[in-house]
Structure formats: structure tokens, C-alpha cells
Design a protein around this ligand. Sequence first.
Ligand SMILES: [Zn+2]
Length: 719
Amino acid sequence: MPERPSPARFRHKLSGFIRLILVLEGVAISSAAPALQRKPGLNVLLVTIDTLRADRIGFYDPKHPLTPAIDRFAADSAVFLRAFSHTPTTLPSHANILLGTTPSFHGVHDNVNFIVPAGLPTLAEQLKAAGYATGAFVGGFPLDSRFGLGRGFDVYDDNFYPKDKDPGIESGRERRAQAVLDSALDWLKGRGSPWFLWVHFYDPHDPYSPPEPYRTRYERNRYDGEVAYTDSVVGSLFRYLEDHRLVAGTLVVLTGDHGESLGEHGERTHGFLAYNSVLRIPLIIRSPGEKPRLVSQNVSHVDIFPTICDILGLRPPAVLQGMSLASLLRGSRGENRPITFESLSPALNLGWAPITGFILGAEKFIESPIPEFYDLDEDFDERKNRAMGKDLNAYRKQLVQIFARQSSEGNDKARQTLDQATRERLISLGYLAGRPAAGKATFGVDDDVKTLLPLQNRSMDALDLFNTGKAGEGTEALKEIITAGKRVSAAYLNLAAIYKRQGRWPDAISVLKMGLEKLPDVYDLYVQYISCLYEAGRSDEVVKTFTETTVPQTATDPVIWNYVGLAYWNTGNAAKARQCYERSMAIDKKFAVPHNNLGNVLTFQYKAANDAAIYREAVESYERATALDPSYAAAYHGLGVVHFQAKAYEQAVASLRTAVDLEIGLDETFYFLGVAYMMRGEKGPAYDALMKYKNSPSYARLSEAEKARLDGYIAKCKI
Ligand SMILES: [Zn+2]
């Protein structure tokens, strides 16, 4: 088997073995590569593993023997040693793969506030049009169908609520690789060819929480544990293909969406910087009938779509920006072209400088206020910036030209304002999900991500210090960062969060005010300032600040209008409160909270006026809230109370019981529930509910007369 690449060759430093392969490929060029035989009707299996560094695959780097299943598959495939993603974030990278174009064209630059626009051709649509059954099974919320990648798939399975609860996984946000695979195999079972199956495994994404036995085995390196676990599931998938004799009829493409820095260059995960620790990805293609091969040429995510079309003999859409790698699978060398990349999350969310750049041959140019230049043959890990003293003007010009060439008209269609529930789920996964910062026109060294990321990290560490009982150290660290006067909104936000938890409201408010004066474009500071004033009981100041300042982002923010509505309500202005809630509802049609708050206003008005029309309106408000969010206990409580006041005790009991079942934590729910039962003559449950209220902390706050009345009710219900 002379062609079979032996993993033993990889026992060299990367730059070393890349040079060795170049020599081998030189031999291949001298003898013309045989022409590609197109194979219409092959099944297509696309496996994307989130956050997977190429060097964690043993075949790429035997120092990390974590992936026996992928290694076996790689030994039988074309392995691309220098494959790159164009973005270090999940949704844009998958858009690049499935649309075959870069963010400059499709317009998706971040996980948050972008949706893949309709109208652009997708790989799934292309294959469906060619008669394929198409199925997608994804493991993480950033690829939920609401973000627009589902077009062309007969089935797009994004069910992040598996039946079996798993303590290591946050339900609703992700699911284990095994759960993804189980669903995918259910779909595949007995299916006739041709089919296109895309499976996405999210597990190596932080937080790192592999299941046993990987958790124990990789206790000191949980990221590796996630990779090893995911590999075991990939192994089951490959075994299924073997057991069902599908290997010879299936084109398999395995890649990662981006890497993970794991502390390199001062970056812990991904999404800030654009070094090879996050841009380099594994790419392994097994096309039936092709010999195994190592390919050292630079390739990228946008090449996958045209490659699949080429192998299947399908005409690719004209807009694709990559090149087919099919001839590389046969030993040819393709043309050398620039591979563009960007990292815009910090610019979009924090107002830091954008990062863009390109890789051409061994050269990598990173444009930012502190520009960087690397020779990837000598320095693949980008340890020595060679930009100093180098004339970069030609590179800058080239960068502008390439991005202009890749851009499309209407690429701003992808920019969307997400609903609040979606935003909160993304924040819970650790993504920067601030409201877009108003962009600056020019950026200096102080705005460079490299300058600011260490301070951002220290701001996060300070919060951890506080959470582990070292409040003083945490507070001091944050004050130091603030005193340095850098553009790090996290320092202000985290210090305010600590003060709030300590009940130091005036300090929390003043630190947010200071942050807002320093960084007026960072909208998160404004939102936190307003909410902090409200929580501190300073509703009049909320109204004053809001009416006296013009902040453009409020036009699309449902949360701020809800807060201002609450503040108006507290200052006795029901009409204004109602207007604000209605504005909030109009901005975000899925946001349940303002419907509940409007219900509260109406309940109060109904109590005063006893007008049946207001009662109906209140009920409708609460019902809209619970329809939008079926787990919204406070809205069930409100609904129960307004029914109670209308003496509709049956409905009151039903709503209040739902509130109790959802663990509302409001003592008053038991009071209203108990009295409603009593009015219906159900003494037993009435007694239980009233006793719960009597034993709650709220009881102590009652007046003597109220206590006497409660005791009277209890005595009446005692059987
Ligand atoms: Zn990802």
C-alpha cells in the first residue's frame, strides 16, 4: 500500500512535515493526475464538529491520541493539512460551508443579530433539487432553525430538549452528540439513496462537560475529554455506514467550524482573535474510489460546496466563491488563491477594532490597529509578528480589493434584531450578545483586540474571585482596570454586578454612570444603568434619564421599554406605562414580559373601577403572556388574581395552581389560592394553601387585623 499515508510521518513539527508533503506532491504533479470520474447519486454525509482543533485529531498530531475513529477514517481519505475557516464563530462558519460563500457575500458576521438571508442558494437546496432526501441534525442552539440554515432540508432537527435529562447539558441550548446521532440514524434507517445527511456535534464547545467515562479519564483536560467522547459517537456513525454497506456509495466530508484557542495568544476559547488556533480546522474527505492522500495546499470552508457538486456531477450555483477540491483528491494542485478571514464579534458587540485578513500561500496578513504578518511555513503558530518594518501597503490594498470582490449588494439583509428570548439563550451559552455598539469610524492601538482581551479576561476573573468568596480582590482588580481608562465595558458591568449583590445600590449606579460617560456607545452599559436605577427603587430617575437622553438603540430594544414602563407605573402614570409596554410588544412580538406587566396595570384598574371590559382586557393580556411563555409563573399568578377579584373562583384556582406547579415563589399565590378554594367550598385544599401562606415569610409582614382575618379563614376551613 505505497499510497496510504502513514500517520508515522506526522511525528514531525508541523512546518517540517508540511515541507515533506510538498516534496511528495511535487512528484504527483510531474505525472498528470488521472481525470476525476463523476459519481452521480452518491449519498452525501457532512459531519461538522464544533470547536474542534485539527491538532486534537490523532491523525493530524499523534501527540493527542484522542480520536481513534476519526484517525481510521482519515487513513482512508484525503486529509487536508492546511484547511481554514473564514470566521471563528459557529453560525457564520456553517453559513460559509452550506452556502459556499463568505460573510462579505451572505452577510452573516456573528451568531447574534444575524439570520441567514433567504434567496441565496444552499447546498441542501441544490441536492434536494437533484432528487436527494435531505436531513439535518444539529447539536447547539446557534444553529437553531430560526437562524436560517434550514432551507432545503426535508427535516431540520434542532430539538434541544431530549427526553432524558443530562446534568452536564443545559436543556434547550444543546444536546449530546449521542442524542444527535440517535435522531439522525432514526431518519437514515431504511432510507433509499440518494440522501444528504448533515450532522453537527456541539460537544467540544465550552463549557467542557463530557459524560463518563470521559469526564473521569480526562479530568485534567475536559476539552480533550469532549473531543474523545465526540470521536466515539463519530465512530458509531461510521460503524452504521459499514454495517449497512453504505461506505462504497457515500461521499463523506468531516470538518470543524472553527478551532479553540485554549489559552494561546491570551485567548481562552474563540470568537475574539483570528490566529490559526481558531482558524485552522480539520477537513477530511472520503470519496468512494479515491486513494487516501495528504493535501498540503491551502483550502477553506467555501470549497466544500463546489467539491460536492463536482464529485456528483452537478452544476454548482454561479455565486459560489470557493473552488472544487475534486482534482486535489486525485493528486493535482489547484490554483493558489487568497483565503479571507474576519473576526468581528468584538467590534459588533463591544465597539473594539475589527479584525480582517487573508492567507495566501505561506503568508498571513492580519489587519487591525496593530497589524500582523506571519510566514506560516516557518511559524504556523504565529509566535513572531513580522509586520514591524515591513511595507504593508500592498497587502492592505489587496485586502480591500479581495473583500470588495467577495461582497454582494444586499448583504446587509442578514442583519436582524433578535427577540429577547433568543438573545438570552445565546448569552447563556457564553456568547457576547450585547446590543450592537455604535461603530467608531477609526480605531487606534487602544481599540485593538490584542490590547483589550487581557483586560476583558481579568474582568471576568474578578467576577470569579467574587463568586469564590474573594470579594475584596475582585473589586480591587476591577477598579484598577477602570482607573486605567481602557475600553472594557465588562469591568464596569462586573463591578456594578458585585455592588448590586452586596446591596450597594448607589455604588452600582455610580459605576455604571461612570462607564456610560466613558463609553457612551456601549449600549449594554445604558441598559444596565436604567435597570439598576429601577431595581434600586429610583423610578423617577429612570423616567428622567430616559426622556432626557437620545439613545438610538432603544428603538429596537424591547427590554428598555419594559423597564421604563415599570418606572412610569411606579410613579403613578398608568397611561405612560401602558404606552411603553405596547411599544415593547411592538418591537418584539415574542416577548412575554410586557404583556404580563400590562395585565398588572389593568388588574389594578379593574379593582378600582370594577368594569367588566377592563377585566376581559386584563385576562387577555395575561393569556397572551402565558401563550408566549408557557413557563411564565408570574403571569399565571396575575391571571389567577384578576379572576379572583372577578369572583371567577374556578378559573382563579386553575391559574393559581399552575403558578404553584411552576414554583412561582410568591407567597401571595397561596393566599389567593386558599381563599378561592374556600369560596368554592373545598375546605381541605383551602386549609392546606392558607397554612402554607401562614408559614411563609410574608405572614410576619401582615397587620394584626389581617392576621386575625387569615386565622378566621383557617379556622373555618379546618375539618
Ligand atoms: Zn462553533
